[in-house]
Design a protein around this ligand. Structure first.
Ligand code: RIB
Length: 292
């Protein structure tokens, strides 16, 4: 069983569905409102656990109702919460999501996720030594991402950086990560002085660019490869990227070849969009294997 550590955000998603996305200064009438667990880190942890990995989450929640729900949800999905400590002076993170016109718009309020500081992770660093792979994203402070890249490199643990939401990434982190999984926009921030083809060639079997419904592109050392996605009836695309990252990490940590791992991750991500909520459609291992 792959041992995966996720260092990142835990949030409550406040989701409104509407037939129309409001423009600046406009008010529209929505159709429904729901709160569901989310946050990129938590989503990746839950997705990896459903796919059969042993998952440890390193994160923070507020000492509030949302924080308790987030912890309960981790436990219900078999994710270890012994390194998710509540903070008393910040609210749990929230994501304010509008689902309209077939896509989402999201405003994230980081709250307690900003307390996933380098000092906090340093305190937990012994946990990392036991892992087969570490997953990290960018809803936590940048200095923490830098520290985790240093710790993983020191301990010899492969690090997968999902550089979302988009921001520039220090070159030290790019070099120390074993896998980078940006979308096209995030890739342009990671490699401002290169075009996509140059960046892919510079990082064979390390840089995997997600191109939405097109698929996932990487360079295998000899040629560029595009692994196509699967066509499904999408209900809610929130969390598809998180499912991809988690499934990719699980497959690689289990020793699957790169192409097969991307295929597995594409399949898991395609299933995840068929239900409402970031975690609503995240598949189990059996569901992915049955559909492959
Ligand atoms: O990647 C999807 C996630 O991004 C949502 O669950 C929301 O919490 C936002 O942070």
């Amino acid at each position: 069983m792959a041992k995966i550590g996720v260092i990142g955000s835990c949030s409550m998603d406040l989701v409104v569905t509407s037939s129309k996305r409001p423009g600046a200064g406009e008010t529209v009438l929505g159709e429904s409102f729901k709160t569901v667990p989310g946050g990129k880190g938590a989503n990746q942890a839950v997705a990896a656990a459903r796919l059969g990995a042993e998952v440890t989450m390193i994160g923070r929640v507020g000492e509030d109702g949302f924080g308790q729900e987030i912890l309960n949800n981790f436990m219900a999905n078999g994710v270890s919460v012994s390194n998710v400590e509540p903070v008393t002076d910040a609210e749990s993170g929230t994501a304010h999501i509008v689902l309209a016109e077939g896509d989402n718009s999201i405003v994230v309020v980081k709250g307690a996720n900003d307390r996933v500081t380098p000092e906090y992770v340093q305190m937990k660093s012994e946990v990392l030594r036991e892992l087969d792979m570490v997953l990290i994203q960018q809803e936590i402070p940048e200095e923490t991402v830098v520290l985790v890249s240093q710790l993983c490199s020191k301990f010899g643990i492969p690090l997968m950086l999902n550089p979302a939401p988009a921001r520039a990434v220090p070159s030290e982190v790019i070099e120390k990560a074993a896998y980078l999984t940006p979308n096209q926009h995030e890739a342009s921030l990671l490699f401002p002085d290169m075009n996509i083809q140059e960046a892919l060639r510079m990082y064979p079997n390390k840089l995997f660019i997600t191109e939405g419904s097109q698929g996932v592109r990487y360079y295998d050392g000899e040629k560029e490869v595009l692994v196509p996605t699967y066509k499904v009836e999408a209900v809610d695309t929130t969390g598809a990227g998180d499912t991809f990252n988690a499934a990719f990490a699980v497959a690689l940590a289990e020793g699957k070849p790169v192409y097969e791992s991307v295929q597995f991750a594409n399949r898991a991500a395609s299933l995840s969009v068929t239900k409402f909520g970031a975690q609503g459609g995240m598949p189990t291992r059996a569901e992915v294997e049955a559909s492959l």
